[in-house]
Design a protein around this ligand. Structure first.
Ligand code: ARG
Length: 283
């Protein structure tokens, strides 16, 4: 019998089988969320924020994770720290180790204390970097590699500090567009080997590095990137993403993932969405 070569090659339209793994998330309610200072281009201190609506939207996100079978722990919000809802920035917890954030802006410095407390109460010694690092806003884990962003917030020198502490290799990626000021606004980790990203957010060199590391990556269009469509949380199958990122949702479906859209429009006013509100604890 002769073998049909074409049948052994991946066919167009053939999506790989994806599998979910239960995850552990840490979140902080937007009880005290407002936009009262401006530290990124999404923020406009003169446009009103509906805090009650932000809380309702955030609660829907939390319930979405629970319904997908994930565990969600919460940290008590602190009055006077309006950005504390963006829990991803609190630090990086991976490989049994934790590094706490050192924020770029004084307005957010107090948040680090609360995340360090959580780490201590949960058996992690919070490592403090000498250089600015904004946690999982800029440090994303893909399998057993760290991708780390720099250019706006996290200092490139913190990449090596965090990587050495958690014991993982790191690939540094340069962000060049102020709208995509954290790595998690420009790149989404979908499973241990798959990412999606918005190429114009990266320097030419970093774009080339991404193309080498992830030849099969999904490249998203501006319309999706500009609603923070890449700011997602994936369990390997279900991808919780901003509902407005409809083009990306279709691409995810084609690639075998299950998009789960949520509306976090109030939290977008602070420059964050799904991933920003979620710190994943990788054990
Ligand atoms: N207002 C916050 C800031 O500019 C938003 C942080 C969003 N978090 C994130 N992981 N991208 O710091």
């Amino acid at each position: 019998m002769t073998m049909d070569i074409a049948a052994t090659e991946p066919r167009a339209g053939f999506a790989p089988i994806r599998t979910a793994r239960p995850r552990r998330y840490l979140m902080t309610a937007p009880t005290f969320f407002t936009v009262e200072y401006v530290i990124n281009p999404w923020m406009d201190a003169s446009s009103p924020v509906d805090t009650a609506r932000a809380v309702t939207q955030w609660e829907t996100l939390r319930q979405t994770y629970l319904a997908l079978g994930h565990s969600v722990e919460v940290i008590d919000p602190i009055p006077g720290l309006p950005d504390m809802v963006y829990a991803a920035n609190g630090g990086t917890v991976v490989n049994g180790r934790a590094a706490v954030a050192r924020f770029a802006h004084a307005e957010r410095a107090g948040e680090a204390v609360a995340y360090a407390d959580w780490m201590r109460r949960n058996g992690y010694e919070p490592f403090e970097t000498r250089h600015v690092n904004e946690g999982q806003g800029d440090f994303l884990t893909v399998g057993d590699v760290l991708l780390a962003g720099y250019g706006f917030r996290t200092d490139r020198r913190a990449h090596d500090e965090v990587a050495a502490h958690v014991g993982l290799p790191v690939a540094s990626l340069q962000l060049v567009d102020p709208r995509f000021y954290h790595l998690d606004t420009a790149l989404a980790v979908l499973d241990d080997a798959t990412v999606a990203y918005y190429p114009p957010a990266f320097s030419e060199e970093s774009r080339a590095a991404l193309a080498r590391m992830f030849p099969g990556a999904i490249q998203v269009a501006s319309a999706d990137a500009y609603v923070l469509g890449l700011n997602v949380v994936s369990d390997g199958l279900n991808v919780v993403l901003p509902a407005a990122a409809t083009g990306f949702a279709e691409e995810l479906t084609r690639a075998g993932f299950r998009p789960v859209g949520v509306d976090l429009s109030e939290l977008l006013k602070g420059g964050g969405s799904v991933k920003c509100c979620t710190l994943e604890v990788f054990s």
